[in-house]
Design a protein around this ligand. Structure first.
Ligand SMILES: Cc1cc2nc3c(=O)[nH]c(=O)nc-3n(C[C@H](O)[C@H](O)[C@H](O)COP(=O)(O)O)c2cc1C
Ligand SMILES: [Mn+2]
Length: 479
């Protein structure tokens, strides 16, 4: 299953009765958020708004807002098939050394089937549009938001040293017709590229794609290691390279099948106040200074569709995107940490606040080693709470996890603190982006960890009695 572009995915969803069209005019300020929020919270379909007040283009939202739609978007029928897709890539005898493993990840780049395909003519360049943000149906999501925000942008930048491109999803607040905020957090690749341009004393070209096939849209949100272009992940998920075209106005390759390309630059040193914004956490993230994107030109399709999402109190659409990431990256985590059995980042933890992992513990202290390793692995460095349980605990069942952890933990022995980088969206820490983290060891303890008593067995019924009672169930007078 692969989609050429956004409209093919939209038609597919329509066929599957996973999309509703709203024909009456709706307001991009708050009204669409309220409608979309109700739909997401009730496991509803994607929504196509034909007429958005004050804008020239229709809007699509909630594309990824269920396990089924997120699976389809990433080229599988069933969400459960996502890890297998990646596992198949990993050789039977995986590389053993740390550096070899890193090298293995880089092979993503060499898998030629997934290389982006360079094309000369592209649907996204059918029309040279007016460079004016205000023609787009950009949403004001929540009442106290600082303005309207492009919420599903694929921000494309290039490393000035390696020339490798990056695609990241960073919200953009519209300041006026030609400028917008560039909300890349300091630990993300767009910001890293920007720092490199600053050091070189150069302004940085940026292209922003809106739309594209759903795997490409998703890939902008995925924690692909720095130095690898997300467009390869998109190609891999699709099973076919993404078509890219030279942007008309800047020196960047952009998805040829996108709906819009916003071309422009970020000037070195220039910042402007951005925010507040009703964020993934369900709270407003405060206003802060961020770089400014200057729009110089827009290319687009003849009849483009504007894609959007909203974030806020979970679960929102991004919950399903994040869950897809959890499933896709689990096999890669296991490559580095073979003792890891499963992980769950519950929606309530908005990904950075909580990670539960089950491990096959074989030696004392392994829990702390796993937690430390996760804190050192890509964007998981931002995880505030890591809970570790034994492999037999189903981490997808939070009730079971709570029971096991609350029972097994001796707080002084099993809870350990660390300081380090935190998500800048975290409002609990006194210093933005930096604070404390906690690891909770909910595994069984043995002598090697100072536990000299004998760990109790769980009280469970024997199979024999269970079968016996099954057999007699009706006899007792039960249905
Ligand atoms: C809907 C949505 C909005 C996001 N907004 C931002 C944002 O404003 N700033 C940011 O730094 N990351 C944001 N993210 C997270 C990044 O897109 C994500 O961490 C991605 O892996 C970053 O890519 P990079 O490592 O190539 O920079 C958002 C993610 C989603 C799903
Ligand atoms: Mn990246």
């Amino acid at each position: 299953m692969k989609f050429k572009d956004l409209r093919q995915f939209i038609s597919f969803l329509e066929e599957k009765r996973e999309l509703l069209t709203v024909k009456v005019p709706v307001d991009p300020e708050l009204e669409i958020t309220e409608i979309a929020d109700r739909m997401i919270k009730s496991s509803g379909p994607a929504l196509f708004f034909e007429e958005v007040k004050g804008a020239h283009f229709p809007l699509i939202i909630n594309l990824f807002g269920s396990f089924k739609r997120a699976a389809w978007a990433l080229g599988v029928d069933d969400f459960k098939d996502l890890p297998d897709k990646v596992t198949r890539l990993i050789p039977h005898t995986p590389p053993s050394g740390f550096l070899e493993k890193i090298g293995f990840l880089f092979k993503f780049k060499e898998l030629s089937d997934f290389q982006p395909k360079k094309v000369d003519a592209a649907p996204v360049q059918e029309v040279i549009g007016e460079p004016d943000f205000t023609a787009l149906p950009v949403l004001k999501c929540w009442p106290h938001d600082g303005g309207r925000y492009i919420t599903l942008p694929l921000v494309i930048t290039k490393d000035p040293q390696t020339m490798v491109q990056n695609v990241g999803m960073y919200r953009m607040q519209i300041f006026d017709e030609k400028t917008a905020g560039m909300h890349w957090h300091p630990y993300h690749d767009g910001a890293r590229h920007y720092r490199l341009y600053q050091e070189m004393g150069k302004r940085m070209e940026v292209a922003v794609a809106l739309g594209g096939d759903p795997a490409t849209i998703y890939s902008a949100t995925a924690p692909v290691p720095p130095g690898i272009d997300e467009i390869f992940l998109a190609g891999f998920l699709r099973g076919e390279g993404v078509e890219v075209v030279k942007s008309a106005g800047v020196d960047l390759w952009v998805p040829a099948q996108a709906e819009f390309i916003l071309e422009g630059y970020v000037e070195r040193g220039e910042v402007r106040r951005e925010g507040p914004f009703g964020d993934h956490t369900g709270f407003y993230s405060g206003a802060d200074d961020y770089p400014v994107f200057h729009l110089t030109s827009i290319t687009r399709r003849k009849n483009p569709v504007y894609p959007a999402t909203i974030v806020g109190r979970p679960p929102m659409e991004d919950y399903f995107m994040g869950k897809a990431t959890e499933r896709l990256f689990l096999p890669l985590i296991k490559l580095f940490l073979p003792e890891v059995f499963d992980i769950n980042m519950p929606g309530e933890g908005v990904f950075h606040n909580c990670l539960i992992t089950s491990i096959k513990k074989a030696y004392p202290g392994q829990t702390r080693k796993v937690a430390s390793a996760l804190w050192g692995m890509g964007q998981m460095m931002l995880t505030k709470v890591i809970i570790v349980v034994d492999a037999e605990v189903d981490v997808q069942n939070c009730s079971e996890v709570a029971w096991k952890v609350l029972s097994n933990v001796d707080p002084e022995r099993d809870i350990f603190f660390q300081r380090g980088p935190l998500d800048v969206l975290d409002h609990a820490t006194g210093t933005p982006g930096y604070g404390s983290k906690v690891g909770i060891d909910g595994t069984k303890k043995g002598r090697g960890e100072g536990y000299t008593r004998s760990w109790p067995d769980e009280a469970t019924m024997s199979g024999e009695i269970k079968r016996f009672v099954d057999h007699r169930w009706k006899e007792y007078g039960f249905e």
